[in-house]
Design a protein around this ligand. Sequence first.
Ligand code: ADP
Ligand code: MG
Ligand code: ZN
Length: 640
Amino acid sequence: MAGNNQKQKVEGQKKGNKKPSKFGLINSISIAILILFLITSFYSIIADQNTNTKNIALSDLVHDIGMGKVTEVTVKGDDLIALYSDKTLKTAKKEVDSSVTETFTRYGLTPEKLNAVKINIEGPSGFSFWLIQVAPFIVPILFLALLVWFMTRQVKGAGMQAFSFGQSKARITMPDDTKEKVTFKDVAGAKEAKQELAEIVDFLKNPKKFLEIGAVIPKGILLMGAPGTGKTMLARAVAGESNVAFFAISGSEFVEMFVGVGASRVRDLFKMAKQVAPAIIFVDEIDAVGRVRGTGVGGGNDEREQTLNQILVEMDGFEPNEKVIVMAATNRPDVLDPALLRPGRFDRRVTIDLPDRNDREEILKIHSTKKPFAEDVVLRVIAERTPGFSGADLYSLMNEGAILAARENRTKIAQYDLVRAIEKVMLGPERKSHLLSKKEKEITAYHEAGHALISSVLPFADPVHKISIISRGRAAGYTLHLPLEDRKMQSKKEFLDDIAVSLGGYVVEKMMFNDVTTGPSNDLQVSTSLARDMVTKYGMSEKIGVLALEGSGGRAMFGKGVDENVFSEKLASDVDAEVARIMDEAYKKAEDIVTTHKSALDAIAKRLIEVENIEREEYESIIIAHGIQPKKKLDIEHSV
Ligand code: ADP
Ligand code: MG
Ligand code: ZN
């Protein structure tokens, strides 16, 4: 198995990786000083080895020899060690650069006296001697080197993960790290994406099989999808499934650095990955570095371009058998540089859609482990009520539900908690403290009733699930519409009805109170931009025709920056006229409905003022009483 020796190879790095560098600058200096202290004391111990003998002046020694007290003199370097007849040892220093006999005769010893003493010459030898000679020069150098070493360690400090790879900021997950391991089982739904990625897993597990048959292995895989759909999770799962090292770095981490460093981090990252191959390099949010180059947008960030170029160079430089796969994730594939998408780079593209009803239920199930549920919990209903929720939203829904239950001191999460959590995730927490005045309450009630009524009457609008005049987040009240089914596409008719529904609040305020508040400003923004998109993006205006005047990202349609104003002024004013016409027609449509069904509007608004929240059942009974047929119920609600 390839995995086995793999593990051993990376063991050392893992240790380096796990140990976070905790040394502050002060700490490293004090450690350096401590080491210096140890070295010097060691040095002095060795140097003082023979100082338990008594030191005497050279003249005294000469005198003692003259007196015949000394039997033996050992010369050791510049030291003279004298053995006295009473067996004591005394040392003296000889004159530098002259021999013993010379020294002694100069001090007036007669040759006869000198002959009576045995003189041993011991070469200046031994480890300690050399240490003593060399230490004065070595120690400060050693000290400086240590200091420099600690300081550079310090500079790299925060981002340093693996000792020899100081530059790259990547977080590394090793295959034997079971705690952080994610597998496909942890990712609910996303079947197509998982199928595509299973092939990559297969390759990483058995590269030989593919290489022997001459297959070229994909180098780059781009995961595309809305925020929170589990892109990061899936990338981790590929590594987890195939048991390879996983290097994760985010695009913005490249960007925040100084000129030149981004590119060198890329180089380091790839070098590192090749050393432990097979491996996955994961660049999260790659649009932060991978935006179209040379558009001058955002001041033409040179650093970003260099980083991107380096990524491309590295990917081109892969040998086919290098067994390193680059994965990247983005929720803005439209702004990516076309060079990234060229064959041989990120040529595999995996789209991760928002989860559909079944997937949502699966995701909820995954996140409900370890959460005690009351009997009445039916996750299917929650999944039903959360179209458009991403995996991350569902995760936080579960969490909010648990928090709500805990706040009310219950030990189990009830369905009611989860239902409330939906709204909390969707719209922000309730602002009970934000009390509306009587007048405000009335206006808000009529405003929301307007939205609701119009969406019940128009055939292509979504049915109403709940109306509320309790403020949440920035909204004073809200009307919850849920589509009958998950949909990937929207038609022109739906758009037109949606615009009319958005205008409903505005229309009613004007009609009822002959005045307009600041309340509908967001409604107007949303509906106007929808109308503009219909004209300029989707070709839904007969007058303008099949012209897409804007790329999905607003530019970069053809692999180069598209000027915002490529079209003529005539066309621009035609577009404006079309948008105005759509808005106008929607307004009239809304006004018509509100006038025809005035009694229903009043009934809904009055009830809202009384109870502040109207749920679907009650709402439908009100409109039925006024002769409006509610939209077909979702089958799920029958079954519960
Ligand atoms: P992205 O990278 O696409 O923005 P993440 O992978 O970071 O999304 O997902 C965020 C969180 O949402 C995950 O940690 C996980 O808890 C949850 N999540 C998202 N998609 C799924 C899924 N398909 N199954 C289970 N959990 C999911
Ligand atoms: Mg992510
Ligand atoms: Zn509104």
